[in-house]
Design a protein around this ligand. Structure first.
Ligand SMILES: Nc1ncnc2c1ncn2[C@@H]1O[C@H](COP(=O)(O)OP(=O)(O)OP(=O)(O)O)[C@@H](O)[C@H]1O
Ligand SMILES: [Mg+2]
Length: 1027
């Protein structure tokens, strides 16, 4: 291809549009706030945590599709009132689509890219849903309209291709043959640049035909997706329209490529890139997207005059194919889609930054001329010359038979070539039309079947791929499974699907489903093993995660809305059956705590992935099991606050009894690599016909996503409250170490011992009544870890060990007790001396309101012990850990209620009066002693301070146990498989715990009040000082 004329060169910046979609269900449930605003083409985003922090961006277009719309009778989203601010699909097309079309008709290459987070509306804008057609179908519609309108002046040819890039492999979505293992090859030619070898290009001459092809492509995508549950969130979809225009009069041919790209969800790029994992490098999940980002950044740098040595087009398949669109011969538009919800702030901001960079890219688009048409032109010119020569030969009257013959032969040859070139298109078109008619007949047939029989409809995580596959259950008995050889079968593919998985029976207007031995079938969230009668709109999960909606007989259907049974619905139902659900109040209200909601959605998102990982592990003989767990972050919070929860994945090597705990991100990353390993195994299996179960994946251990070196595991934790230290009261506790799900992991005996700087324990006389006396003074104490009892971790497997980790006040790294092995009740006998050289208010506040979190770490054979890092730790020569040196007092406000503060004030004033009185009494005593009555007086009148200190000690001890009770209450949950009876028992137990808790609290407070009253009374009786 070459430019028609040098004068046609032009510099074009990539045009960028942003579009904001309405809230989705999750965002509405979470009571999300809209943090995006728009004025003409500028968009402002506000940081939800800091109302003052705003960022504004200016683009070529900004579309507000968040609010101000209504759904008309045909299901079309339109502005609430004419001229309203809502941007519908039409208005987006008018700006962006028309421009692309105009460019293509002029002979320029054109590219339209949609970029944004998963679920932000890329596919909605590009392809659309139902009547709300997106840019691609609208563009095709208008393209063929323009072709019809201009058919007097030019003849047009349109070729359509559709491909997917998943994990750097190119899949032809229109291919009729079987899938090429490893995908199609991307080749490079000097003239053409990069192209996909062997990609099917279908000649088209109408918009319905293109729509039909798109449907076919989506179907291919869906079946591939259900097989491996890859979805569009992870793959890029590319539609290539080649438009060839032949202007016979002018003897010009223009050719342009229109690339329409629906990119993979952008957030994965960050999530998989942010966490350290041994196998991070191996992940190609986002290589294309990451490289696209790098290419855009480099090009943006070029545009502002920075020196850029290399633009990494060749690093990924996507950037190779889009080379001309980015910094090359194309007019390019990017639509960046975003959610306006506060919970998506980070992602939306990153999308806007990305779009801003893309805006700077400059292309050099040229009008292209086709070599084929030039050939026709040249052949025609040559023919004209030949004819001229022939006529001249005739005129000259000379007998030049040989020459005439030769010229005539040449002429015929040329004519044939011209005709061949011109008829090729006609022929292709005829073939494509025949193909299309066949497809059309299939669709008509499918529509008829839908009106006659019950069927199951695929539901995919990606809405775009949902409802694409319909499997009909006609009268009689049908096997469903991988099988395609039994007489009556419905063939499906997917993880955990057996050769013969289950049997559908359609008899006497009833449909039943019978799972076959060993196969997984779930109906409406519950696992079934017996014949089950299906009702209209029942939800089926076959194998590890093939999800279908059952559509009953036409007479049962009515006008119900099936759209609510989306992928989330299936997974929530499954989670509910496992005991994980949102509270009743959550439906449609804004009461659910957003962080809980996030955990819930994480859970239902990860659940099917875990099922798939388990299935792959089983098929690959990996002996590894995955399980989701909700980790309560209160476990490691020094104040025991427990609002935050997060999901972790517990990985168990069953045979070896090894356990790991993976973060969500690590699991998602690894799952992708597992899919790779699994596919490799499948390919090998089909090639070598390996007997099932004999092979394990061929990966070496260090590349195996199912394997990790063993490492210490956080089993649980206990809170040892520090308040008693503020009064220099020793504390001895038997602590329950609780796992993240509330299980008792062990009992830990621990002590806090106030001591002298030489480590001698202090006695009752050193107890302080007013902690503020510590301010500015030295405080020494020891943390003693005596013994662990009943270690569940060791009981399960004897070749294990444990360590206790803890961190005090400002220490940045935890300290660990030495490892103890093979013992269920090991003696720890670990003592650490801490000192504050100059106690500040901040430390005092910390002591009064916090606990030291004692973490129980499980060691497994082969893993190294945890070592205390002494980096940044200050120690005395005697090995005392200094938690606070000198420093300005920090008057941080104490976080306590007004009531507690009043009580505190009262106690303080009582204390100071008691001290005053004590002082006087001491003086009186001294005077008396001098008079010879010292011994008697002292024994009869014990020191008020000591008496008061003792009652305080009792009080703080009882408060520690009250706190323990509160912790237990917070973590108390019904067991996962609770039925109604289970819930009743749970509620009874909960009430009992609550009763105990309040009784203990009441008792502690009233004992303290009584003690104080008694002390005060005794003083009054003894002297008339307060009368
Ligand atoms: N402008 C809009 N108006 C109304 N609904 C929208 C709009 N944009 C998106 N949606 C809805 O949001 C949902 C998610 O949109 P869509 O499937 O387009 O996301 P996506 O960006 O393609 O996500 P993925 O990366 O997973 O493919 C769909 O149900 C879609 O109907
Ligand atoms: Mg999509």
């Amino acid at each position: 291809m070459r430019a028609k004329a040098a004068g046609m060169h032009s510099k074009d910046c990539v045009k960028v549009a942003v579009r904001v979609r309405p809230f989705n269900k999750r965002e509405r449930d979470a009571g999300s706030r809209c943090i995006v605003s728009m004025v003409t083409s500028s968009i402002t985003i506000q940081d939800p945590r800091e109302s003052q922090s705003r960022r504004s961006f200016c683009f070529d277009y900004a579309y507000w599709s968040h609010s101000g719309f209504t759904r008309d009778r045909g299901g079309l989203y339109v502005p609430e009132e004419p001229g309203g601010r809502y941007s519908d699909q039409d208005s987006v097309f008018q700006d962006l689509g028309e421009g692309v079309l105009e460019n293509a008709l002029q002979g320029y290459n054109a590219t339209l890219l949609a970029y944004g987070q998963t679920g932000s509306g890329k596919s909605y804008s590009m392809v659309g849903y139902g009547p709300n057609k997106g840019l691609v179908p609208k563009l095709c519609d208008r393209l063929f309209q323009a072709i019809r309108e201009n058919q007097d002046t030019r003849q047009c040819q349109v070729f359509f291709s559709m491909l997917e890039i998943y994990n750097e492999q190119v899949v032809d979505l229109l291919s009729r043959g079987s899938r090429t293992p490893g995908g199609l090859r991307v080749r490079e030619e000097q003239q053409r640049g990069f192209y996909v070898e062997g990609l099917r290009t279908v000649p088209c001459d109408s918009a319905p035909q293109v729509e039909q092809l798109m449907e076919q492509g989506t179907r291919t995508r869906t079946t591939a997706a259900t097989h491996m549950n890859a979805n569009s969130s992870r793959s890029h979809m590319l539609i290539i329209l080649q438009l060839k225009q032949i202007f016979s009069k002018e003897s010009i041919t223009k050719q342009s490529n229109i690339n329409l790209v629906d990119l993979a969800g952008s957030e994965r790029q960050r999530s998989s890139g942010s966490e350290a994992d041994r196998l991070k490098e191996g992940t190609a999940i986002n290589l294309s997207l990451t490289t696209l980002g790098n290419v855009i950044s480099s090009l943006a740098d070029v545009a502002v005059g920075k020196k850029v040595v290399h633009i990494p087009y060749r690093d990924s398949v996507l950037t190779k194919l889009l080379q001309s669109a980015l910094g090359g011969n194309s007019r390019t538009v990017m639509i960046a889609t975003l959610s306006p919800a506060d919970i998506c702030y980070e992602e939306s901001l990153s999308t806007l930054r990305y779009a801003e960079r893309a805006k700077r890219i400059q292309n050099r688009a040229v009008v292209n001329e086709s070599p084929t048409e030039r050939l026709v032109k040249e052949l025609k010119a040559e023919n004209a010359r030949l004819l001229q020569r022939l006529s001249r030969l005739g005129q000259e009257g000379r007998r030049a038979n040989d020459e005439t013959k030769e010229l005539r032969q040449l002429l015929t040859h040329n004519e044939l070539q011209i005709r061949a070139i011109q008829t090729l298109w006609e022929q292709h078109l005829q073939e494509a039309l025949k193909d299309w008619e066949q497809q059309y007949a299939n669709i008509t047939q499918e529509r008829r079947m839908m009106q006659m029989h019950p069927y199951i409809l695929n539901i995919n995580e990606d809405t775009q791929l949902s409802g694409v596959v319909k499997l009909f259950i006609q009268e009689g008995e049908w096997d469903i499974g991988l099988c395609d050889s039994t007489p009556r079968y419905i063939s499906i593919k997917g993880l955990g699907i057996q050769e013969r998985h289950a049997v559908f029976r359609n008899e006497q207007r009833r449909v039943t489903l019978t799972p076959l031995a060993g196969s997984k079938v779930i109906v409406n969230g519950n696992s079934v093993s017996q014949t089950t009668e299906l009702q209209h709109l029942d939800r089926l999960i076959l194998g590890s995660n093939c999800t279908y909606l059952f559509i009953g007989f036409p007479s049962e259907r009515g006008g119900d809305d099936w759209s609510r049974y989306d992928y989330d619905y299936f997974q929530s139902e499954l989670a509910a059956a496992e005991g994980i659900h949102l509270g009743e109040s959550s439906a449609g209200s804004s009461q659910t705590d957003p962080s809980l909601l996030a955990v819930f959605y994480d859970f239902i998102k990860l659940m099917p992935m875990v099922a798939e990982a388990n299935q792959m592990s089983q098929e690959l003989n990996k002996d590894v099991e995955f399980k989701l767990e909700i980790k309560n972050l209160a476990l490691s919070d020094s104040k025991g606050h427990d609002l935050k929860k997060e999901i972790v994945i517990i990985v168990t090597a069953v045979g070896r009894k090894q356990v790991w705990m993976w973060s969500k991100t690590k699991f998602v990353n690894r799952k992708f690599l597992m899919e790779d390993a699994y596919q490799l195994h499948q390919a090998e299996k089909s090639r070598d016909n390996i007997a099932e179960g004999l092979s394990t994946a061929v990966l070496p251990r260090d590349k195996d996503p199912f394997w990790d070196p063993v490492e210490p595991l956080l089993l649980g934790s206990a809170h040892l409250w520090l308040q008693s230290l503020a009064f220099r009261i020793p504390l001895e506790e038997q602590l329950e170490v609780l796992g993240s799900e509330g299980t008792e992991e062990a009992i830990l005996q621990a002590q806090l011992v106030p001591c002298t700087s030489t480590g001698l324990a202090q006695g009752e006389d050193d107890i302080l009544i007013d902690p503020s006396e510590l301010l500015g003074r030295r405080l020494d104490f020891q943390l003693v870890l005596e013994q662990c009892c009943g270690l569940r971790w060791i009981r399960e497997a004897r070749d294990r060990g444990v360590q206790i980790g803890f961190r005090l006040f400002d220490c940045s790294h935890p300290l660990y007790s030495p490892a103890v092995w093979h013992n269920v009740n090991p003696l720890l006998d670990h003592r650490v001396h801490f000192a504050s050289l100059h106690t500040s208010q901040r430390l005092l506040d910390y002591l009064q309101s916090s606990a030291v979190v004692l973490e129980l770490w499980g060691l497994q054979e082969g893993c190294t012990d945890l070592v205390s890092s002494l980096e940044g730790v200050r120690m005395t020569a005697e090995g005392i850990f200094i938690i606070e040196e000198a420093g300005p007092a920090n008057p941080a406000p104490v976080d306590c209620s007004v009531r507690a503060q009043q009580d505190m004030e009262e106690l303080k004033s009582v204390n100071s009066s008691l001290r005053k009185e004590n002082h006087i009494l001491r003086e009186q005593l001294n005077a008396a002693r001098n008079g010879g009555e010292g011994v008697r007086g002292r024994s009869v009148r014990p020191s008020c301070d000591a008496e008061f200190a003792r009652s305080l000690k009792v009080f703080y001890h009882s408060m520690t146990s009250v706190r323990g009770q509160l912790q237990r209450l917070r973590r108390h949950r019904p067991s996962e498989d609770s039925d109604l009876l289970g819930f009743r028992l749970f509620v009874d137990e909960q009430s009992r715990l609550l009763r105990d808790f309040s009784e203990q609290l009441e008792q502690s407070v009233s004992t303290l009040k009584q003690d104080v009253a008694a002390i005060v009374r005794r003083k009054r009786e003894r002297s008339g000082i307060w009368s």
